[in-house]
Design a protein around this ligand. Structure first.
Ligand code: ADP
Ligand code: ASP
Ligand code: MG
Length: 414
């Protein structure tokens, strides 16, 4: 008998028929003698609809109330799935994040998990129940409903798998696993057999929404091995685990795309000590999440700095920088540009392969794609391009690295 934690995403429970299908899958596992905890998202589109209703009242609704509202999406789907299981004759019960013992901290709508007390879950499992747990939610020490950030059901599932010391953790979604690039953009992207935590984390935090990035961070920290697979077939998925030496044999494992990027540039900054602290301080006070930062050395006593961020933050960034620009000097100008996107190449093989950047930029140049700011980490190269070029950029770079053959290359090199 194994203890299996599965997570079903919004599309997988998006209709009544799909909920029935999920119920059948869960029942099969249970009939094979396994204990099952299914962590479930809201039906697809429901969370967006709830946010849309809140925005009918205000562009910036209370985040505490948003949490109370958004958490209802998952409560619908867990109750429905539990009912579907009852109809099949199974013993099942739905539980909220609070009932699952998930304690959280941090800002509303961006909660973090501080602890999971599995006592109740263990009791109900021991009584022979299939547990259907609401993803995306927990409760603060004070008893307030809290959500875990968009895509947060992935985090709920991985944290529950860790707390219950589950034998198996599966993230069931609407594609067969983690692909070399979003299969909806690059048609010959292939499903990876496996990927390391660090690569998955870079891909997730650079736009590959197949996994929420914080959930991958959590899995790495607690050593939770998990599989991403399709809820609508039985194909083997992608195993996410600690890196193995053989995984360095390919230069890059995947490509991520992040749309809706924007850039702010400050020009004409008098070259005095401390201006970067002023600028970054103002952006931090406005809670703007910066991505890339480019500081040009001063020329004729004047410096320039550029920052990229999500396009939604552009207006707030501009407003936050206005007083700083005025304070720094009369020649300081703020320029903005939206309509950008980021392409990221990810692979632990970059540590031992040289020329990765050269190959990528040659492919982009051959396709006449204009490139902008660049940032790198030990296992990532990211570049800004016009949003209208991003799909083509992903396709040509995917081809330049023969990523459509990645599983064969790896198999033959082990
Ligand atoms: P769920 O509702 O199951 O959580 P998501 O929509 O959050 O599913 O994530 C699955 C989607 O992620 C896929 O439909 C796919 O379009 C997208 N995606 C982006 N990058 C990748 C990738 N590298 N591999 C697989 N899917 C990806
Ligand atoms: N329902 C939440 C969202 O849409 C959480 C999730 O699906 O993981 O972001
Ligand atoms: Mg998701």
């Amino acid at each position: 008998m194994a203890l299996i934690v599965q997570k079903y995403g919004g599309t997988s429970v998006g209709t009544i028929d799909r909920i029935r299908n999920v119920a059948k899958r869960i029942l099969e596992l249970s009939q094979e003698g396994n204990q099952v905890v299914a962590v479930v998202s809201a039906m697809s589109g429901v969370t967006d609809k709830l946010i849309g209703m809140a925005k009918e009242f205000s562009e910036t609704p209370s985040e505490r109330e948003l949490d109370v509202l958004m958490a209802t999406g998952e409560q619908q789907s867990i109750a429905l799935l539990s009912m579907a299981l009852h109809e099949l004759g199974a013993k099942a019960m739905s539980i909220t994040g609070a009932q699952a013992g998930i304690t959280t901290f941090g800002s509303h709508t961006r909660g973090r998990i501080s602890n999971i007390d599995p006592t109740l879950m263990n009791k109900y499992l021991a009584e022979g129940n299939i547990l259907i747990c609401a993803g995306f939610q927990g409760i603060t020490e004070e008893g307030m409903i809290h959500t875990l950030g968009r895509g947060g059901s992935d985090l709920s599932a991985i944290a529950i798998a860790a707390a219950l010391n589950a034998d198996v953790c599966q993230i069931l979604t609407d594609v067969d696993g983690v692909y070399t690039c979003d299969p909806r953009v690059v048609k010959d992207a292939v499903k990876l057999n496996d990927i390391s935590y660090d690569e998955m984390l870079e891909m997730a935090s650079n736009g590959s929404k197949v996994m929420q990035s914080r959930s991958v961070e959590f899995a790495k920290k607690f050593g939770v091995v998990f599989e991403v697979r399709n809820s609508m077939n039985n194909n083997p998925g992608t195993i996410v685990h600690e890196e193995l030496p053989a995984m360095e044999s390919v230069a890059i494992r995947g490509i991520s795309i992040e749309r809706n990027q924007a850039r702010v540039t400050l020009t004409g900054i008098p070259d005095q000590i401390g201006y970067t602290a002023e600028i970054l301080g103002a952006l931090a006070d406005a809670e703007i999440n910066l991505d890339m930062i480019l500081a040009n050395t001063a020329h004729d006593g004047q410096a320039r700095q550029s920052f990229t961020m999500h396009a939604n933050d552009l207006g707030r960034a501009q407003a936050a920088l206005k007083p700083v620009a005025a304070k720094l000097g009369e020649n300081v100008k703020i320029e903005t540009e939206a309509g950008l996107a980021k392409l990221s190449l990810v692979g632990i093989g970059m540590r031992s392969h040289s020329g990765v950047g050269a190959t990528a930029f040659k492919a982009l140049a051959d396709a006449k794609i204009k490139t902008g700011m660049i940032s790198t980490s030990e296992i990532k190269i990211a570049v800004i391009v016009d949003e209208s070029d991003i799909d083509e950029a992903a396709k040509v770079v995917h081809k330049a690295f023969n990523l459509h053959e990645i599983n064969e290359i790896e198999d033959s090199s082990i």
